[in-house]
Ligand binder design. Structure first.
Ligand SMILES: *[C@@H]1O[C@H](CO)[C@@H](O)[C@H](O)[C@H]1NC(C)=O
Ligand SMILES: *[C@@H]1O[C@H](CO)[C@@H](O)[C@H](O)[C@H]1NC(C)=O
Length: 263
């Protein structure tokens, strides 16, 4: 004769003990061990409540062919200058020295993004002039696309001086991004897509490096040149032009962005 299930019901068995028994203490210990260690482990691992994270991206950088150069030619502070801004050049009068400039941007790995800028500048000097110090400002168009879209116009300022007259300045560095705060990982940021220098302005104040830097450093997102050693070559033959050689690489950048936790 075969059997089949007619009816079933679960059975609940309650084990009771007084509050001050060994069984109660054991159950309490089990509860504590179940909840506290996992909390401690996730908290100490730093990975559970991350506030920000980062990703890597090579920016799309383009030299904007805007330059401003100021060279100090004597220990008493005489200077010569040149820029790609005609209003500034007009203000210079007889301090203007027009250099020959050669610029090349190259893409060494063929990914369509420029990897380095090579710039040579040859500044003609009068026979009495010698270079002691150089300030060189270059502007770039800088774009990020991987997470948030950033389009901005940025700059680098190279400033270097020597106690003795020099004939050549060699700069080799990286164009780096400086973030004052994490960049939101979505959206389009174009608020810094404005010129670093107001080239339409006829006023000397607009080309004053103090004014330019003060305004630029107000930004939350800037670029700077990471160049540990600007290299001077000492010794200047009379009537030879002063040479500036710059190699600026556009490396892969680590961009931090905020994580918004859902609670
Ligand atoms: C950024 O500015 C340049 C020049 O002013 C302009 O041609 C370009 O369309 C702007 N890009 C964006 C995304 O606003
Ligand atoms: C820059 O960051 C500060 C601080 O978070 C913020 O208040 C300000 O709005 C930001 N400026 C721009 C232009 O995004």
């Amino acid at each position: 004769m075969g059997f089949y299930e007619v009816y079933s019901h679960p059975v609940l068995i309650r084990y009771k003990a007084s509050v001050c028994s060994r069984a109660s203490v054991f159950v309490l210990v089990v509860y504590v061990l179940t909840y506290i260690p996992p909390l401690l482990i996730t908290y100490r691992s730093q990975g559970f409540w991350l506030k920000q994270s980062s990703y890597e991206e090579q920016p799309v950088v383009r030299f904007q062919y805007e330059m401003l150069m100021i060279g100090v030619t004597s220990v008493s502070g005489d200077y010569i200058a040149w820029s790609t801004f005609s209003n500034f050049n007009t203000l210079l009068g007889d301090k203007l020295r027009i250099p020959t400039v050669s610029v090349r941007e190259s893409d060494s790995n063929g990914d369509g993004k420029a990897d380095r800028l090579s710039l040579q500048m040859s500044v003609p000097l009068n026979s009495a002039e010698q270079i002691y110090s150089i300030q060189l400002l270059l502007t770039f168009s800088y774009q990020l696309r991987r997470m948030s879209v950033v389009v901005m116009q940025s700059m680098v300022l190279v400033q270097s001086s020597s106690p003795v007259p020099v004939s050549q300045l060699f700069i080799s560095g990286d164009l780096k991004l400086q973030q004052k705060e994490p960049l939101s990982h979505r959206g389009v940021h174009t608020q810094y897509n404005v010129s670093v220098i107001d080239s339409a302005s006829p006023f000397a104040n607009s080309y004053d490096l103090t004014t330019i830097i003060r305004k630029y450093q107000e930004r939350n997102l800037t670029t700077y040149l990471w160049c540990p050693v600007p290299l001077w070559t000492v010794g200047q033959a009379a009537n030879t032009p002063f040479q500036i050689n710059a190699e600026i690489r556009y490396p892969v950048e680590t961009i931090t962005y905020p994580l918004h936790t859902v609670c």
